[in-house]
Design a protein around this ligand. Sequence first.
Ligand code: SAH
Length: 451
Amino acid sequence: MVRKKEIIELKIEKIVNGGEGLGYYNEFAIFVPMSVPGDILKVKIISVKKSYARGLIEEIIKPGEERIEDTSKITFEDFQGCDFGMLKYEAQLKYKQLMVKDVMSRIGKNENIVVYNTLGSEDPYHYRNKIIEPFAKDKDKIITGFYQRKSHDVFEVDENILNSKLGNKIIEELKIILNREKVSVYDENTHTGILRNIMVRTNSKNQAMVVLIINANKVEKRYKDILMELKNKIEEISSLYISLNNKKTNVALGDKNIFIWGEKTLTEEINGIHFNISPTSFFQINRAQTIKLYNYAISLFDNIENKIIVDAYSGTGTIAMLLSKKAKTIYAIEVIESATKDGEKTACENGIDNIKFINGTVEDKLNDLIKNNIKIDSIIFDPPRKGIDEQSLHAVANIGIKEMIYISCNPSTFARDSEILQSLGYKIDAIQPVDMFPGTSHTEVVGRFYK
Ligand code: SAH
C-alpha cells in the first residue's frame, strides 16, 4: 500500500486505456498520467483507492525509450494540454492501436480481431481548424490558454502546438491590442468583466473567421474597433463576429452572434463538396485526417452503387454527401436541428438532391424508416462518445440489415456495441484506428459489421 503525498520510485510497465501509464509498487497498481513505458520515475501519490492509487511525476530518473528527447517537460501543462505529448509520434500511434486491442478483448470479448496499425497524420502538429480559448488575468496581463487539469485556472503556453499557426498568430496579435486597451476580463465567480473567450476558425485556404465572445447584451463600438484593427493587421482574416454571452454557463458561444465584417461564412472543401461554416456550425477539427477516415469508411461498403443507405448520427451530413455521388438515396438522421439545416443548405448549394435529412433521434427515426418499410441496404453509424443505443442495434438486426459501417470516437463503447452486434449474429474481421487527434490519447476507430 501507499499513502497520499508519499513519494515513491516506480517503473512504468504499460499504457492503459485512457492514456495513463501503469506501474506496480509492491504489486499495488499505480496510475501515472503523462508517463511512458520503461520510465523510472519519482512519483508523488495524490489519491489512494482500494485497489489502486494515482500519482504525478516528480522527477524522471531514467526516461523510457519512447519519451521525447526533452525530459524537462513532465506535466500536462508543460505539454500544452496534450496528454500524449510526451510520446514520440510513432509511439503514440502504437499505443492507440494497443488500447483498441485491449478494449476489444476486455469489453468486446473478441480476442482474435485484427487491429490494423493506426492511420497516422503526416503532420501531427497545428492541425486544429477551430480554437476556443478562455481569457484570464495573470497579474495585470490579459492571457488566453487552457484550463489546468481539474481546475478552472487558465495557463498560457508559448505556442499552442495543436492550433493552426494562423489561429495562434491572430490570438497573439489580439492580446496585444486587448492589453493596450485594458479591456476587462470576465470573472465567472462575480459574473462581471467583458472578455470571455476567443474563437478562431481557419480553413485550408489559410483564411480565418474570428469570433470574440463577450459578456454583454449589445455590441459597443469599442469592441468593433478592436476587431477592425486586428483585421487590418492580419490580412488572412476574412470574417469577424462578436458573440454576446451574458449567461452563467460553461458553453463558450452566446445565443447571439453578431456579424461585424467580411464574409458571413468560412468555406471549406472535402472531396469536391463545399461547406459554408458559420460560428455555430459543426465541422471536423482535423480536415486532413477526416478525409482519410471518411474515405476509408466509405471504402468498406461492399457496394454503394444505387443503394439505399442510412447515415445515422449524421451531423451536418458530410458522410451522406460523400456517398451521394454513387448511392441512390441516403437518409441522414441527426438530433441537432441547426446541423440538419446546415446539411440541407450545403446539399442544396452543391446540387445534391438524393439525401433526405431527418431531424430527430436515431432511436426514433430509424424505427420510423423501418416501420414505413423503407428497404435499407446498409447503415453507417458515427455516434457520439456514448455509442449506439441498444434498441437501435436490435432493430437493425431484426430487419436483417446485411452490412453496417461503424465509426466511433470512443473505442470502449465501440467494443461494448460490437459485443452486442456479435451476439446478434454479426461478424467483424478488422478494426482500423485513425489518429484524428495527434498529441492526445483520443482514438477514432472504424469497422465493418456484416452477416
Ligand atoms: N459524421 C458527422 C459527425 C457525427 S458526430 C459529420 O461528419 O458531421 C455525432 C453526431 O450525433 C452529432 O452531430 C450529435 O448531435 C448527434 N447525436 C447525438 N445523439 C444523437 C441521437 N440520439 N440521435 C441522433 N443524433 C444524435
